[in-house]
Design a protein around this ligand. Structure first.
Ligand code: C5P
Length: 401
């Protein structure tokens, strides 16, 4: 069922466009809302009126339509969909997608989209087999664009070969699969630490740091979204507890360690908290007072290293232990050394030197260091870092590496 799901269907030029009318009906039957964009060539094969009638919605064709822009805007067109489907996907439109062009409404919407994209290619067999088309298909696949078809068979041009658009029901099945929730971590247990710790000086004062908890909370959210049973042990933050995540609120590093150990065994532990390295050795029972003898001397004691402690557990070590390294210089070399020192499997290293805006900011540039080497990730939002990490964790726990 596709009840309540919103599909943006982009119809490009090709004889297979007649099958898109059937596709719209099938999607509507299953409860999906279908909004359509047509290229100029598509309108030569099927009329916008038929498409509008079947989708029971306005059809969008023109990048420069003032009415459409004021009512909807081409950016919102894709943002308001759960999935973008290109059927038929002509060789021309796939080429423009691969090249990142925005020379008509369809291409512009695709370039501006942050939604999953599914293409159903349809063309002459020679066009499909051409190295240019195949290179474009490979480029799109590498960017995560999904594909259904083409099938082999009789083609409208009279030739026989591969290039027939997938049948409407096959496309519907691919759409249902694309929209099905990804539950790769169902049945797995995840432990995430997040936020700062607070180390008491006396009943009203503490030592802490500027950690916002944004990255750790986003990781817990991403793991839970993939179905993991997720425990988030966090110091005080302004972040909301993500849906499906069990929060254990703590203050000090000592409390964080107790809470983390209490939730073992887990399959994966991600230590994203900015744990204070030191605590005040003797916490005053009463509020320290100015006594005329000058400021008090605070003697510090080392805090337990939660990451290293979990990584060193004998019988219940998490299968995958992931730490962070906030560095201001020699980011990767320091992270590699830290990985070995702490005994964890992966370190996500990031540069937090002044001007990077990582601490408390919304984006992060990560280098994933493991036993095999380093993977440099581009700058991305903390949510995107979390999603990519969760994806890597799901692959690792399923033995893909
Ligand atoms: O040694 P450093 O603080 O740079 O290490 C950072 C990594 O170690 C992070 O993953 C952090 O959550 C973890 N850590 C910890 N317990 C500490 C200090 C750091 O779990 N006491």
């Amino acid at each position: 069922m596709l009840q309540g799901r919103r599909v943006l269907l982009i119809i490009s030029g090709g004889i297979a466009a007649y099958k898109s009318l059937e596709l719209i009906r099938r999607l509507r039957d299953r409860g999906a809302a279908v909004r359509c964009v047509m290229t100029a060539a598509a309108a030569q094969f099927v009329t916008p009126l038929s498409v509008a009638a079947l989708s029971e919605d306005k059809v969008y064709t023109d990048l420069f339509s003032l009415t459409d822009e004021s009512e909807m805007g081409h950016i919102r067109l894709s943002r308001e969909a759960d999935l973008v489907v290109v059927a038929p996907a002509s060789a021309d439109l796939m080429g423009r997608m691969a090249a990142g062009m925005a020379d008509d409404l369809a291409a512009t919407v695709l370039l501006a989209s942050d939604k999953p994209v599914l293409i159903a290619p349809a063309m002459n067999a020679m066009m499909w087999a051409h190295p240019a088309t195949q290179a474009n298909v490979a480029t799109l696949a590498a960017r995560g664009v999904r594909q259904v078809g083409p099938n082999a068979g009789d083609l409208a041009c009279g030739e026989i070969g591969s290039g027939r658009m997938a049948e409407p029901l096959e496309i519907v099945a691919a759409i249902e699969q694309s929209l099905a929730p990804d539950r790769r971590l169902a049945g797995k247990r995840a432990l995430v630490t997040s936020g700062p710790t607070r180390e008491a000086i006396d009943p009203v004062r503490y030592l802490s740091n500027h950690s916002s908890g944004k990255q750790g909370h986003a990781i817990a959210a991403a793991l839970a979204a993939l179905g993991a049973d997720t425990i988030l042990v966090s110091g005080p933050t302004q972040e909301a507890t993500p849906p499906g995540v069990a929060l254990v609120a703590i203050e000090s590093a000592a409390e964080m360690l107790v809470a983390a150990e209490a939730h073992l065994p887990v399959d994966v532990a991600v230590m994203a908290a900015a744990v204070a390295d030191w605590r005040v050795e003797t916490v005053a029972d009463q509020k320290l007072k100015k006594n005329g003898k000058g400021p008090p001397l605070l003697r510090l004691a080392e805090n337990p290293d939660i990451l290293a402690t979990l990584a060193a557990r004998r019988n219940d070590r998490p299968r995958l232990v992931v730490g962070f390294a906030a560095e201001t210089e020699n980011v990767v070399a320091n992270a590699q050394a830290k990985r070995r020192r702490k005994g964890c499997d992966w370190i996500l290293a990031n540069d937090v030197s002044a001007g990077t805006g990582t601490f408390g900011g919304d984006s992060n540039t990560i280098h994933l260091v493991d036993a095999h080497g380093v993977e440099d990730w581009p700058a991305m939002t903390k949510q995107a870092v979390a999603a990519r990490l969760a994806d890597r964790i799901a692959a690792a726990l399923h033995g893909a590496e």
